[in-house]
Design a protein around this ligand. Sequence first.
Ligand SMILES: C[S@@+](CC[C@H](N)C(=O)[O-])C[C@H]1O[C@@H](n2cnc3c(N)ncnc32)[C@H](O)[C@@H]1O
Length: 516
Amino acid sequence: MAQAVEDARDSEGDQYLLSIPDDLRARAFASTDSTHQKRLGQFLTPPHVADLMARMFRCRARRIRLLDAGAGMGMLSAAFVRRQLMRDTPPAHIEVSAYELDEALIAGIEKTFEACRSACEANGVEFSATVRNADFLGEGAEMLRDDFFSMRPQMFDAAIVNPPYGKLSTTSRAYRLLRSVNAETTNLYTAFLNLIIGLLKPRGELVAITPRSFCNGPYFKPFRLNLLRQMSFRDIHIFDSRSAAFKHDKVLQENIILHAVKDTKAARTIRVSQSGGADGDAVRTRVLPTSEVASPDDPEAFIHIPTSERHLAAREQVCGLDATLATLGLTVSTGRVVDFRAREHLRQEPGKSTAPLIYPCHFQGLFVRWPKLPAKKPNAIESNSHTASLLVPAGVYVLTKRFTSKEERRRVVACIYAPDRVALGPVGFENHVNYIHDNGRGLEMALAKGLWAFLNSSALDLYFRQFNGHTQVNATDLRNVRFPTTVQLCGMGSRIGEDTLQQDQIDGIVAEELKA
Ligand SMILES: C[S@@+](CC[C@H](N)C(=O)[O-])C[C@H]1O[C@@H](n2cnc3c(N)ncnc32)[C@H](O)[C@@H]1O
């Protein structure tokens, strides 16, 4: 109800609080060179996305201390203040702490905050702000350390953030500072979030827009574990389009907005919403049990985001399967030949003393087609005492691509390596390929064909895309997926001949065998 009243007031809200930082952005970045912008991760939030974030907060305290780390032009604070002023009973006091590394943006933040102050005054709300032209990683870690040692209570009731992205070297000063407060991580955005989580009071709220990449994969696992241990998710918003949310900066990345409360107890449900990403796009919302999004039983702590009926049906189908690769007695490994390390042993064309070397470019429908000539990639690797440990014995293996392009129709792309179609001796799989094997040996052909069909099915693809926001398919991802039983897989495989199949044929075979 309160939300509906706020929505009705939306058009009357102080729109200028959003247009001021947006105009400042447009003016500042028209002349800034894009290398500087990229280096500092200055992809500023457009007004409609900032508002989507600000309206997620539920805090109703009389005095609110807000953290805006990496403040840009102060857009997120302004959106927060604007939404707070639209409440039936606005808070008595809003106190903002903003951090911004780029000195050139400080005057802009101050202008935005001046407008916030006037709007607050007009509504009888006290507004105060501290703007720090400083590195948030350094100061945030410092504040956290003070909290640890002085037992001073954490400071912030709320944090709203669009952190910069980029790798953080383990040899950097920032990394050392993070480690000193147990917040180490190797990406800037997760570093910001780790610190912010530490600085929030119990029941403090976080709303963050970040890449979706943290939702799965081994790289972000420590971050996910920390996030899920300390924060209880309330809302997740995703955008249908990679580019729409940050159109003015041509950011091509899947983004997610997360709203979470600092609480070790998970909420029972999470609101998952979705929109096109452009201003004015309709928002579709559904409420899901938290266990479906972030299951407490998942050792990898993956975050799954089902968004449509088709996604939910695919999720139900895949999660309901009985097996995993481990229970099937199978293993997935990453190809052992890292081409730049084995360069001296690689050959463009096969020769008398070589073994086949398989790259993703050799995937061709059902079976690997090899050699690929004329050759852009090497087709062969010398088989000698130096390379013996890089090769696997002749056998039938199911291969998957580790990286798919954004344009590729499916996220998981599988293909069968059959020695009788290539060469009867050992084979090398290049590092961009994962291969499924039976304790280092090959598979029965019927089982391999069944795995091929299941891995290439639309159901698996839809399921996979829910938690895989990037284009990598790691071996861990495949280890965590549920699979049909051996009987079901062999049933699928026995219906596949020597020719590759169309997508609808694959889907038909998989659906029928799973129903049987
Ligand atoms: C993705 S932008 C978001 C800006 C603003 N919050 C918004 O949403 O429009 C990230 C901002 O963080 C700033 N920044 C980058 N590294 C920083 C650091 N170590 N400490 C403080 N600010 C930083 C950048 O200059 C940039 O303005």
